[in-house]
Design a protein around this ligand. Structure first.
Ligand SMILES: Nc1ncnc2c1ncn2[C@@H]1O[C@H](COP(=O)(O)OP(=O)(O)OP(=O)(O)O)[C@@H](O)[C@H]1O
Length: 260
């Protein structure tokens, strides 16, 4: 089982404060992780390190076998799929859905004069089909519902057939039906043959899709717990991270949490 991510004693300092604090974390290719923690815990910052978008202030980070300090980032980044609201905000609202996905092949967010090969166009349509979006291929991205836009962002992030897929809050702001549809599709994708290692940031245990295997729980930049889902998503560890007395239940591969 190859290691796709290996962080050793990683800290990221912002304005003199460690927002990621001495994190040790290893992700293997067969694993599907959620990163949980309260607002400001450092989840997005940690994901940016995994995405080779941010360098650690100290410690070492190996992504897909390459040390972030010595690898050519232009070679490494296309091997990583990354969906986040920061990237979504860069997509021109008038951009056609098929082009939102297609432009991932060139790591750009607006189609201009790039020449795409037939193989790329076919792949974009196949990915749209897999995420139940092909009927929207010619629509403008900005006209889609939030749920459709989130699925387009994921389709875009898997366009290059990445070895590591990083999703920052993919279910945030979705209504119940859209959330459940997205989680069903993500769970199916996570369990499918040939899918990459996945790391998904979320605030809510209700958003952990079936098929995910591990969790990293952060608080104030530091690791509170890390390991198999059923060992990390417990009333004790979540209570400690969120500073609340909680009841946590697991049923049929899904979790719920509520304050006592
Ligand atoms: N560029 C920056 N300059 C200064 N502080 C920053 C910067 N980026 C992040 N921070 C701070 O680092 C801390 C961690 O931020 P981060 O976005 O990683 O947390 P998060 O767990 O993803 O939060 P949320 O759940 O609210 O999205 C926050 O206190 C944030 O204000």
């Amino acid at each position: 089982m190859p290691t796709v991510l290996k962080l050793s004693d990683v800290s990221v300092v912002r304005n003199g404060t460690p927002v990621v604090d001495s994190v040790d974390w290893t992700v293997e290719s067969e694993e599907r992780w959620v990163v949980l923690g309260p607002n400001g815990a450092g989840k997005t910052t940690l994901l940016q390190v995994a995405a080779a978008q941010t360098h650690p202030s100290s410690g070492s980070a190996e992504v897909l076998g390459d040390d972030l300090g010595s690898v050519d980032l232009f070679d490494l980044r296309p091997r990583i799929g990354f969906a986040s609201t920061t990237i979504a905000r860069r997509i021109p609202p008038k951009e056609k859905v098929v082009d939102v996905v297609l432009t991932a092949a060139y790591s750009v967010t607006g189609r201009w004069n790039e020449e795409y090969e037939g193989v790329d166009v076919r792949r974009a349509h196949r990915v749209l089909d897999e995420w139940n979006l092909d009927h929207l291929a010619e629509r403008s991205f900005g006209d889609l519902s939030d749920g459709e836009q989130k699925r387009v962002q994921i389709a875009r992030s898997v366009m290059t057939d990445p070895e590591l897929l990083l999703l920052d809050e993919p279910a945030a702001s979705l209504d119940l039906g859209s959330r459940e549809e997205l989680l069903r599709m993500l769970g199916g994708y996570a369990s499918s043959e040939g899918s990459p290692a996945i790391v998904m940031v979320t605030h809510h245990v209700e958003e952990i899709p079936r098929g995910f295997t591990h969790a990293l729980l952060l608080s104030k930049g530091a690791v509170v717990a890390s390991g198999p889902l059923d060992e990390v998503v417990t009333a004790e560890t979540l209570g400690e991270a969120f500073g609340l007395s909680l009841t946590v239940t697991a049923e049929d591969g899904r979790y719920t949490a509520r304050a006592v």
